[in-house]
Design a protein around this ligand. Sequence first.
Ligand code: SAH
Length: 357
Amino acid sequence: MEQEKIEILSLLPEQLAAEIKAMGEPAFRAKQIFRWLHVRRVFDFAEMTDISKQFQSKLRERFYINPPKITQKLASTLDDTVKYLCTLSDGNCVETVRMVYHHGVTACISTQVGCKMGCKFCASAPLGFVRNLTPAEMLGQIYAADAGFPEEERISGVVLMGIGEPLDNYENVMQFLRLLSCSEGRNLSLRHVALSTCGVVPQILRLSQEALPLTLSVSLHASDDGTRSSLMPVNRKYPISELLEACRQYFEKTGRRVTFEYAVIAGKNDSDSAAAALGRLLRPVFSGQRPHVNLIPVNPVADTGFSAGSAVQFQKKLERQGINATVRRTLGADIAAACGQLRRNQMHSPAEEGEQH
Ligand code: SAH
């Protein structure tokens, strides 16, 4: 049986070196190839000019390079935020966002095609789960969103907050983080990476063992199990008490406080009593250190029936409870409503190529 081809962009330097050595070539070849791929971002073996034609064709037999391609762009008219539809080699697509802050450029990337978690306010949930992204496909979103920008405008921070549940694609996400931070490649410090989860408790505990310097962000969105389960089915499996215990253990193990995401939904989770309950829940989690909550008015998604509550009002309520809360600076406010919806539209009608403003 013919050996299956390997996705070369998913390999770490030492893994590539082992593959190249097994092909009977010296280790420095692997270094050259890794540089072509991850530093020069050349994705065609034929363009690797210091590799012989003969070895190029051996490489083509053993490996494939198929990074995601940007097939649609949605640019904010209010700031520099750009949302991309990235099409994968099998025709599936995901979304990637490029956001420009004072301190640098952050990419919001997807980790799965679709999602299994079924959160009621989310645009991706009704479309279901298709498959996990490979490490190369996560890294490829960053390379695609960087293409054409000068060195100083390159992505310097990454948030895993696009489509998918990163902790439901654990191994591939870890490999992606190793690739992203490896000094021979993109060399991006994990201090500038945030991973957002709906609360898959066993995987939070597993992540705490990795001792990575990334920021773990937990999508909480409610302060009682009844409300949270009605918004997020994952809560039926891992209720709030277990989730916060995992956050406490994460803090104990890594010394890093988990941050909480809270989408403010009018009449659902924005009452005085919700704020008081959140205070009671969160104050003890990090041994007296103040918890931090990021508030965002929920993006109304068609058919969900939710409307945005006042994040500023809820922030005041939380601060009275001894909780630090920030209202997420809304970048790309005019395209934020399209969160997860580029892909949704694409699936309902064939995408038009090119830019859309
Ligand atoms: N699965 C992960 C990461 C992807 S979702 C998670 O659940 O955290 C990224 C963030 O967007 C999460 O905090 C999620 O709850 C939030 N989100 C999803 N749909 C939203 C909407 N319509 N309005 C506001 N936030 C939303």
